[in-house]
Design a binder for this molecule. Structure first.
Ligand code: PMP
Ligand code: GLN
Length: 392
């Protein structure tokens, strides 16, 4: 009865691990969302004002002018981009919708599109539903470096686009300027588009900088840049996303948007416009704040004997599974941790088409100090119990 693509698709790993966490009342460090209370109070006040005093009917299809301007201004302020908000910015219901609009609008049946694995789970399903074929190129641990020759070898005459997620979920990688230059050269050499998922652009740590392909003048008109208020303002349930692209690309994406959702709640758009215009101190504070939360989780887990990769960006840390006793795969381990330790994680195999990489599980650290400390002590205790059981 169902369409063959959705018929063959299961419930997303984020939803299923959250359901399990609720069922067994574990600490949910699986699905990526900040704990309630981390959102900026002034943003919530702006939303309350907008609901009370604002308009409640369909806003313009492209988004509220104030928000489109704010998106352009914010990218000028932080990335030096010159964006024409009237011709180059579209507001969507989350980055998820923006990605779907881009895939539906730009791909033809039979096209190939390259995904870098580990890849976020919404990409391949919508790509297939658009009739196109996702082609995977892997990044390998421990440094997850991009091997440009591997990427180029995956390009065929049918390749239309590359999806680039930087900063990258789940591994926290920030693509360097040199890596981006290499990708830009491939776009030019093979006449490709880049769909850049940059939802974690404001969550980059230790003085690193987020770099975007959109800043490279020779490929600017080949790049679709996607952002999300959910990550920048710790309001993942709001689902306000934005697309920045040359009118040649934005035009068809807006056509897809007008028949997928048409528009996004106006009060939330007003509040996000207010948020994007907050002073530098908000964005610097967000980075500082997530840095100490990262350190609390990463240092705590390392102290308890877990092998945790360095986290340059996003709000995720990946923990290697190879130092842990054999529980089957990463999926089985994540379920067992939920039930036995009372802490939920996401198995990395969910980010691989073949589900064959089980090397890591992912924890989200956008949580209160109390939650993180309790999670670390539960995970430390669980490890101790295993050791004790093994010895007895
Ligand atoms: N892309 C990536 C890499 C994500 O991690 C997420 C979800 N957190 C999204 C897109 C979706 O963002 P949104 O909630 O704005 O739809
Ligand atoms: N992006 C979130 C994550 O990586 C999940 C969003 C969702 O559940 N669709 O955890």
């Amino acid at each position: 009865m169902a369409n063959s693509v959705f018929g063959a698709t299961g419930t997303s790993i984020f939803e299923s691990m959250s359901r399990l966490a609720t069922e067994v009342k574990s600490i949910n460090l699986g699905q990526g969302f900040p704990e309630n209370g981390l959102e900026p109070p002034e943003l919530i006040e702006a939303a309350v004002r907008a609901v009370r005093d604002g308009a409640h009917q369909y806003p313009p299809m492209m988004g509220l002018p104030a928000l489109r301007q704010a998106v352009a201004d914010n990218s000028k302020r932080w990335l030096g981009l010159d964006v024409d908000w009237e011709r180059e910015v579209l507001i969507t219901s989350g980055a998820t919708e923006a990605l779907a609009d881009a895939f539906l609008a730009l791909l033809e049946p039979g096209d190939e599109i390259i995904l870098l694995e580990p890849a976020y789970d919404s990409y391949p399903t919508i790509i297939r539903r658009a009739g196109a074929k996702p082609v995977r190129v892997r990044l390998d641990p421990p440094d997850w470096a991009l091997q440009l020759d591997r990427l180029e070898a995956a390009i065929t005459p049918r390749t239309k686009a590359i999806v680039l997620n930087t900063p990258m979920n789940p591994i926290g990688k920030v693509f360097s300027r040199e890596e981006l230059r290499g990708i830009a050269d491939l776009l030019l050499r093979h006449d490709l588009i880049a769909i850049c998922d940059e939802v974690y652009e404001h969550l980059v740590f230790d003085g690193r900088r987020h770099e975007t392909l959109f800043a490279f003048p020779d490929v600017r008109d080949r790049v679709v840049r996607i952002g999300s208020a959910g990550k920048t303002f710790s309001v993942t349930g709001w689902k306000v996303g934005y697309v920045t692209a040359d009118p040649k690309l934005l035009g068809p994406i807006a056509k897809a948007h007008q028949f997928v959702t048409f528009t996004t709640p106006p009060a939330l758009q007003s509040a996000v416009a207010y948020g994007l215009n907050l002073p530098d101190s908000y964005f610097e504070g967000l980075r500082r704040d997530m840095t100490w939360r990262r350190d609390l989780l990463v240092d705590g887990l390392r102290g308890a004997g877990y092998s945790v990769g360095d986290v340059a960006a996003t709000y995720f840390a990946v923990v290697a599974t190879d130092g842990l006793p054999e529980f089957g795969d990463d999926f089985a381990l994540a379920r067992r941790l939920t039930r036995e330790a009372g802490v939920t994680a996401i198995p990395i195999s969910a980010f691989y088409d073949a589900r064959d990489v089980h090397s890591h599980i992912r924890f989200c650290f956008a949580k209160s100090a109390d939650t993180l400390q309790e999670a670390v002590s539960r995970l430390a205790r669980w490890r101790e119990t295993l050791r004790w059981k093994a010895a007895s």
